[in-house]
Design a protein around this ligand. Sequence first.
Ligand SMILES: [Zn+2]
Length: 253
Amino acid sequence: MCGAAANFLLPFGQQTEAFMPFVRQHLEALANFLMPNTCPACGDGLGTSKIPLCWRCLQQLPLTQFEGMQDNPVNRMFFGRLPLEYASAMLFFNAGALAQQLVHQIKYKGNQELGIYMGQLMGQAMQNTAWGNSIDVVVPLPLNAKKLKKRGYNQSMLLCQGIAQILQKPIENVAVVRKVYTQTQTRKTRMQRWSNVAEVFDLKTADILVNKHVLLVDDVVTTGATLDACGQKLVQIPGLRLSVNCLAFASKI
Ligand SMILES: [Zn+2]
């Protein structure tokens, strides 16, 4: 007798409990049939995989390995500007390539599951490093209220959720806020970008972060201007040590 059929012989309460995995499995198969589960990067079927990215794309992620390389381009970006314990980004971001597709999915296509999963990969890459192990609290680069309402979520918060799950650390998302609605950064020169983000962040509940090693998280680092503006506020908190980690690094060269 198969396991599912044997469940009918159990008392009703136990029967329901034992039957649930069977029901769930079949409901998932049905949902997958009605709404095929596809890889957000290449469109290949994912079947019933719990990972929101196919195996081939996972193998092809353009990993920087900056997590174990202190003298890296993201760290160098902040030299002389912002005192950091460590700065890193997990992927190389190139136009039209895999990392850009993933960021697009997370940021504009509502693929929140992918955001959390990429955060988990970031956490795993930091997990066995001295700097990663000394993180006390994870802080997403804040979105302002208007953009948060429009998008419905903060993509940096999704990354933080994944990182926090792996590192087993709390997330703090009310200590620092973004004050004004900045125009899109895309068409601005480097200098314009810098002046545009200056003074847009404000500290709220700074006490929570006193004497903590804070990991500030964003999706893509390009000039570092926004992270720098937020970081400048955070390092005013007594005893705070700051590190930065991003999903992707877009080189300007
Ligand atoms: Zn794929």
